[in-house]
Each structure stands twice: as structure tokens, then as C-alpha cells.
Design a protein around this ligand. Structure first.
Ligand SMILES: Nc1ncnc2c1ncn2[C@@H]1O[C@H](COP(=O)(O)OP(=O)(O)OP(=O)(O)O)[C@@H](O)[C@H]1O
Length: 342
């Protein structure tokens, strides 16, 4: 059974539709990123799951129980949902221990202390129970907010841009640390971000939003390698679009030659469109008779970025080879992979 089920959810602000019919299923222990540009409805969906936002149509269930639906609305505090915000939202007048235990009900004193110790150990803040939020670093405050959200053992954790205030230097490490905590406890989580890099590191699956819709849902790899349209392809990374003419079920003709796909092409023979090739999927070799010319070279340490012109088209290439220089004639070749045709 899925932990979270969202079916046909619509929501609006003063008559303006913001969520336009969303479906999403989250299995127990899965972490899903709601990903997309600013204003596309990610936070609104998170608030609807938390019971902080009304929906005009559709249903939201957790563990098979409908919490939002026609004639049903369970208040936020009865949903068994923990929330972690961008600004941590700790109580400044409470110390770490009281912040963590704030929402924990129905335990006696001994059990409360045991829960506190368990949480402090989990987020590696042992010895800091008596500190106040202003005596902690941003990363430590974020860990307290995680301990507080997990202390009452929520069915589902909702995280709204939780890493955006964390120093870029420690962000990656912190994301992995929190991901490990959630995985260790088998907690399901929905995580809002506009950063594909954060989504790649933190989530198992991505729901990519556009204007109140989920355009594509799947693993990061699915979306990266099999984007359903150019919006998805471009959101997840840079790409070259090369004119292509489908010759048979596996082969396309392009300005850089015939390319063979490892999987059957999605378009019929004779279709004229474009194929997506990521910069690291193109390979350069020196060739005096080659059709390509290096236009630009940027050395970035472990990798070199090139711009290569073939006929009237310009292609971006990321290569570990750094020996090609502007003006040099080269041959461009695509690595063998499953071709994406648009
Ligand atoms: N309280 C509100 N009243 C009216 N409109 C709102 C309100 N909150 C959000 N909106 C509008 O709803 C749309 C979706 O907002 P939402 O906050 O869900 O987007 P988001 O994808 O989370 O964006 P961001 O990444 O900037 O937080 C936006 O057009 C926004 O202007």
C-alpha cells in the first residue's frame, strides 16, 4: 500500500487555479522531490498534503485513509505528518531538548528522556540539549528541526526547501546525512526544491512540475535519460538538439552521421525531428578531414568544455580530453545509447 496517494487534486487561490489535477503515489520509505521553477505549485501541494491548504477537487490519503476529499478534511495536527521548513522554525525561547520534544505527547518522563536521547543521537547533537537555537550553527538548527519532526514518529515527513539556507560547502554532506536518517527509519518524505542537483542527491523519485501540472514522474535517471519533452530534458541538464531523420526502427541520420539507438525509436520511419544528445555523450577526435571545427575551449580542471561547429550547427561537448584547440578540425561522434527523439 502506498503511504501517500494523491488523486486528481485541484487547488486555487481566489479562483485562480494553481494545482490543475495532480496524481502522485508514494511508497513506504520513498523520498520524492517536487521539482520545478518558482511559482509552479510545489509548496501549494505540500501545504495541501499537510492539511494547510484546501483543495477544490480530488483526494489525498495517507496509509489508505482519506484525509482530504469530498466532505472530508482532517486537520493538520491529526494527519501524522511532520514538517521541516526552510527557516527551521525553531522556538527561540526553548532549548534544544524542549524544541525536540515539543510535539511528543502521551509519553511519561522516562520515555520522553529516552526519546530525546534517541533523537539527539540520530542527528548527532549529543551534549547540546541545553543550548538555545541562537547558540547553534545553521546546520545544527536544521538538525534540531529534523529531530523535532521525527520525534513523534510521523508517517510522512514534508520538507520545504530545507537546504536553501545551508552553506553550499556543507549542503551536500548534510543532504546525504539526512537522507540516511530517513532511510534508516524507513520514513517516507516529500521534499520541495527548485534545484535538480538537490533532487538528484536527496530523492528516490522526482515529480517535475510545470504551471500546476506534474509533467513527468520517475527516478532521476528516467527523467534524465528518457525525458518526455524538451521542458523535462532542459530542466534536468544541458543538451544538444541535433536534426534527425528516422531511417529505421533503430537508426537516425544526422549532420554528424548515422546513429544507432540501443532501444527502438519512439517515432516512425521518415519522421524528421531532433535528437537529444547530452554534452558528455559526444566524443571528439582529431581529424583533418573532419566536418567539425572547435570554436571555443574552456578548461575546467577535470573536464574541458568545447563548442564545436558542424555545418551551420553548434554543439556543446564535455570531454576529459583537453588537447583540442580552437580552429582545429575534428570528428564528432555520439556514444552508443538509447536515443531520445523529439
Ligand atoms: N496565499 C496566496 N495567495 C494567492 N496566490 C498565491 C498564494 N500562495 C501562492 N500563490 C500563487 O500560487 C502559485 C503557486 O505558488 P507556490 O508557492 O505553490 O509555488 P512554488 O512552486 O512552491 O514556488 P517557489 O519555488 O517560488 O516557492 C504562484 O503563482 C503563487 O503566486
Amino acid at each position: 500500500m502506498s503511504t501517500l496517494s494523491i488523486r486528481g487534486v485541484h487547488s486555487d487561490y481566489q479562483g485562480q487555479q494553481v494545482l490543475k489535477g495532480l496524481d502522485l503515489n508514494l511508497e513506504k520509505g520513498e523520498i520524492v522531490a517536487l521539482l520545478g521553477p518558482s511559482g509552479c505549485g510545489k509548496t501549494t501541494l505540500l501545504r495541501a498534503i499537510a492539511g494547510l491548504q484546501a483543495v477544490s477537487q480530488g483526494e489525498i490519503s495517507i496509509n489508505g485513509e482519506t484525509l482530504t476529499g469530498p466532505q472530508v478534511f482532517t486537520p493538520s495536527e491529526q494527519r501524522g505528518v511532520g514538517m521541516i521548513f526552510q527557516d527551521y522554525a525553531l522556538f527561540p525561547h526553548l532549548d534544544v531538548a524542549d524544541n525536540i520534544l515539543f510535539g511528543v505527547k502521551g509519553l511519561d518522563k522516562v520515555e520522553r528522556l529516552a526519546r530525546l536521547d534517541e533523537m539527539l543521537e540520530l542527528v548527532k547533537l549529543e551534549g547540546l540539549a541545553k543550548r538555545y537555537p541562537h547558540e547553534l550553527s545553521g546546520g545544527q538548527q536544521q538538525r534540531v528541526s529534523i529531530a523535532r519532526a521525527l520525534a513523534y514518529k510521523p508517517e510522512l515527513l514534508l520538507l520545504d526547501e530545507p537546504f536553501s539556507n545551508i552553506d553550499a560547502k556543507v549542503r551536500g554532506e548534510m543532504m546525504l546525512e539526512i537522507r540516511n536518517i530517513l532511510k534508516q527509519r524507513n520514513v517516507s518524505a516529500v521534499f520541495v526544491t527548485h534545484s535538480k542537483d538537490e533532487a538528484f542527491v536527496f530523492a528516490d523519485k522526482l515529480a517535475l512540475f510545470k504551471d500546476g501540472y506534474i509533467v513527468q514522474y520517475g527516478t532521476a535517471e528516467d527523467l534524465y535519460t528518457s525525458p518526455k519533452d524538451r521542458y523535462v530534458a532542459d530542466f534536468l541538464g544541458r543538451g544538444n538538439y541535433i536534426p534527425a531523420w528516422v531511417k529505421d526502427d533503430f537508426v537516425v541520420d544526422t549532420p554528424i552521421g548515422l546513429l544507432t539507438s540501443t532501444t527502438r525509436l519512439s517515432h516512425p520511419v521518415s519522421y524528421r525531428g531532433e535528437i537529444l544528445i547530452r554534452p558528455q555523450q559526444l566524443e571528439i577526435s582529431a581529424d583533418e578531414q573532419g566536418l567539425g571545427v572547435i570554436i571555443e575551449r574552456r578548461f575546467l580542471g577535470n573536464i574541458c568544455h568545447y563548442q564545436v561547429q558542424v555545418a551551420q550547427h553548434f554543439y556543446e561537448v564535455k570531454s576529459q580530453l583537453s588537447q583540442f584547440m580552437p580552429g582545429q578540425k575534428v570528428h564528432l561522434q555520439a556514444q552508443v545509447h538509447s536515443l531520445v527523439v523529439f
